[in-house]
Design a binder for this molecule. Structure first.
Ligand SMILES: [Zn+2]
Length: 263
């Protein structure tokens, strides 16, 4: 069985430490000349046991990203029109985005404790894109209809809920609705678990990737490859990171880290 590393806390600690250092820098420079080289290197803010390092997308422009990486490309922001927002997405600043989480008649999942380790894992590998999800478990009586709250990232753990096209899949993520669904009995089939990340660890981030605008890719190491394989490594490409950052900021209320903490 896969044991989840405990470094999400240490990663947060490192980031907070980095933020704190940035604040100290700010206050100390109000009445003084700005220091020349004081910002910490972002590549060092993640602890060494962290398997997924932040990617470098500095060579990319959001306006030029290929359609092949995108799902529903016509519903994605036009960076030629919203250059300022896309420029923020191109920065190295961290983005936080809220995700509402609901249980809908699932026979398997009914308690947040069953899922929190997977959510911690998702937040670990999404540091490749410098995106952090604030998962918020919501009461069932607040469950939106499919057409509601399209600009709020939403996850539903359900009993056999069909995708918009009518098919019942293990899980699916739908950009137009802003929602991802995980179907309990289908998802839990043990013969489908070809690696220790599969059981919710990969599907959670994969379906969020679809909602954040990503299409499937072929490389089995990538998060957005379809299905499950022992070669899965939950990797994200710099192009994919940038697509998701644009979507998180423009569509789903993502917030940039208020302090530019590192370079
Ligand atoms: Zn998929």
């Amino acid at each position: 069985m896969y044991a989840f590393p405990r470094s999400i806390k240490s990663a947060r600690h490192a980031i907070l430490t980095c933020t704190y250092a940035g604040m100290l820098l700010f206050t100390s420079t109000i009445h003084a000349e700005p220091p020349q080289t004081t910002l910490p290197d972002c590549s060092t803010i993640l602890p060494s046991e962290y398997q997924w390092q932040a990617l470098d997308w500095s060579h990319l422009r959001a306006a030029d990203l290929q359609r092949v990486f995108k799902i529903f490309p016509d519903q994605q922001p036009d960076c030629a029109r919203d250059a300022a927002m896309c420029s923020e997405a191109e920065s190295k600043r961290s983005i936080e985005v809220d995700v509402d989480v609901f249980f809908q008649d699932s026979a398997i999942w009914s308690k947040p404790e069953q899922l929190q380790s997977y959510m911690a894992l998702v937040n670990r590998y999404y540091q490749q894109a410098r995106i952090t999800f604030n998962f918020k478990f919501r009461p069932a009586n607040e469950l939106p209809t499919w057409a509601e709250n399209r600009n709020q990232l939403t996850i539903i753990f359900a009993a056999a809920m069909p995708a918009p096209a009518g098919k019942v899949a293990d899980a699916f993520g739908n950009l137009p609705a802003g929602k991802a669904v995980f179907n309990d009995v289908l998802m839990q089939r043990q013969d489908r678990h070809a690696n220790p990340y599969f059981l919710m660890g990969k599907p959670l981030g994969h379906e969020l990737g679809h909602v954040l605008g990503l299409a499937h890719t072929q490389d089995k190491a990538l998060l957005m490859t379809q299905g499950t394989s022992s070669q899965n490594a939950l990797d994200i490409l710099p192009e994919q990171a940038l697509i998701m950052r644009v979507m998180a900021l423009q569509r789903f209320g993502g917030k940039l880290d208020p302090v530019s903490t590192c370079h």
